[in-house]
Design a protein around this ligand. Structure first.
Ligand SMILES: [Zn+2]
Length: 480
């Protein structure tokens, strides 16, 4: 039997377990740092499969490390499971119209139930493969909460838990099948607090110093700053304390929340320092005091160029999930739920992704039936961010995207919550588990390739992982 056939057999044998786990996590629909039931169920399954589990790592109650040592224990194969849901995206399974579950607010609109269950399945299959074939290695599955919130992987990395990992293979539910050269930008979030002096705005304005004026001037300054930043930089803000509701009182307090993004973590840090300077200038102009605290930060993610071809080859060998006529009918019903303007956008996207195909023909069976090959020359960034970036600054990391939803489907939508509990989602999850397992057991036998992949990480991180967060920023359990 080939390695590919063996992996498929191991995955098929645990299929029911994985599908049940995915549906249970979908039903729990727990938000960032509150994934108690999801984490407990995953831990129970991994313990029963012979993994040793350390719970509450990096001071995050729902984070854990599950480890299985086989033979010499080298190399260490890392997996990253996520299992958090999103606020406000509750949706009934199988319904092709917006229809929240009674009494439920949250939903798996990013498919992290599939991500988590598929990763657990892959780790178990990798362990069994190594054992059955008399190979060596440690399978290390990290339970990573709060990817949709302030993240966990950067805290886990900062606490040193990733130091011994030789490589990570992970996946994310998507609408295409690909190991992509497109990366995710780095991000930093911070609260800027301004303190002034209260006074009667009408009778004694000369005695007042307005914290609200300071915030407004900071925003004006940042809006001008945008003129002189790199193309892919993003600066966004939202008021969390506008200083009160009375126009006749000079506000002596105001707080604004900023998020700064740029492709590489170094570029993001440089830009963030300029935003801090603008805040200092605003405080000086208004004779107020300014303090800020960093609340979250992720490094950028780019697929490790040395290992991406291994995952790409595994994906090419397996191909896309095998979609049935029934899957295509379901997909069509979902496609019709998009408004006309969105459908036009989806068609434009199809034209740019598949220039040789007729978009109407593609959308007549709107599930990705092919594979887009990895192309390292295509490296560019999407404007979203993920804490997988911090895994990649510590160890070689590659994400494979597998279709679990229709072509052009928008993430973080009620449709996505529905797909995450559908037969389409389950097929994608099983395929992802096969691809990750095959890539990881093959890589485990290529020590020279692992060494080159690690060298690529060291060239990128300057010798060792440095967390973009200041030491004072702790996991914001229940405060983010
Ligand atoms: Zn996600």
């Amino acid at each position: 039997m080939t390695d590919k056939e063996q992996v498929s057999e191991l995955i098929a044998a645990k299929r029911d377990m994985a599908e049940k786990l995915a549906m249970d996590i979908w039903n729990f629909a727990e938000l960032s740092y509150n994934e108690e039931r999801s984490a407990r169920e995953i831990i129970g399954i991994l313990k029963a499969e012979g993994f040793e589990v350390e719970e509450g790592i990096a001071d995050i109650p729902t984070a854990f490390l599950a480890k299985a040592v086989i033979g010499s224990g080298k190399p260490v194969i890392g997996f990253l499971a996520e299992y958090d849901a999103l606020d406000g995206l509750s949706q009934q399974a199988g319904m092709t119209e917006k229809c929240p579950v009674d009494g439920m607010k949250n939903g798996h609109g990013c498919g992290h139930n599939l991500l988590g269950a598929g990763t657990v399945l892959s780790a178990i299959a990798a362990k069994e493969y190594l054992e059955k074939n008399g190979k060596n290695g440690t399978v290390a599955l990290f339970g990573c909460p709060a990817e949709e919130g302030a993240g966990s992987k950067q805290f886990i990395a900062r606490a040193g838990w990733f130091d011994d990992v030789d490589f990570f293979y992970t996946w994310h539910p998507h609408n295409l099948n690909t190991v992509s050269g497109i990366g995710n930008v780095a991000i930093m979030g911070a609260n800027f607090h301004f303190y002034g002096t209260a006074s009667h705005a009408g009778s004694a304005p000369e005695l007042g110093r307005s914290a609200l004026d300071a915030v407004e001037l900071m925003n004006v300054g940042c809006n001008y700053l945008r003129e002189h930043t790199i193309d892919q930089a993003r600066i966004h803000y939202a008021y969390s304390d506008a200083g009160g509701t009375a126009p006749n009182v000079v506000p002596d307090h105001a707080t604004i929340k900023y998020e700064v993004r740029a492709p590489k973590v170094s570029q993001m840090q440089e830009l963030f320092a300029r935003v801090v300077n603008v805040a200092k200038g605003a405080a000086m102009m208004t004779d107020t005091k300014m303090e800020y605290e960093v609340t979250m930060a992720f490094s950028d993610y780019v697929a490790n160029k040395t290992l991406a071809p291994v995952m790409d080859k595994a994906l090419a060998e397996y191909g896309a999930p095998e979609w049935s006529e029934a899957d295509c009918d379901t997909a069509l019903r979902f496609l019709r739920t998009y408004p006309k303007t969105a459908l036009k956008g989806i068609k434009d996207e199809m034209r740019s992704l598949f220039p040789d195909d007729d978009p109407d023909e593609l959308l007549a069976r709107p599930l990705h039936a092919g594979v887009i090959p990895y192309d390292p020359r295509e490296t560019r960034y999407s404007s979203g961010s993920t804490d997988v970036g911090d895994a990649g600054y510590g160890a070689p990391t590659v994400t494979v995207y597998i279709a679990t939803a229709i072509l052009g489907n928008a993430g973080h939508s009620w449709q996505n919550t529905a797909f995450s509990a559908s037969g389409i989602g389950m097929k994608g999850m099983l395929r992802a588990a096969e691809v990750m397992t095959l890539a990881s057991v093959r890589t485990a036998e290529m020590p020279e390739l692992i060494a080159r992949a690690k060298k690529e990480v060291l060239d990128k991180n300057g010798g060792k992982y440095v967390c973009p967060l200041p030491d004072y920023t702790k996991p914001p359990i229940n405060t983010y």
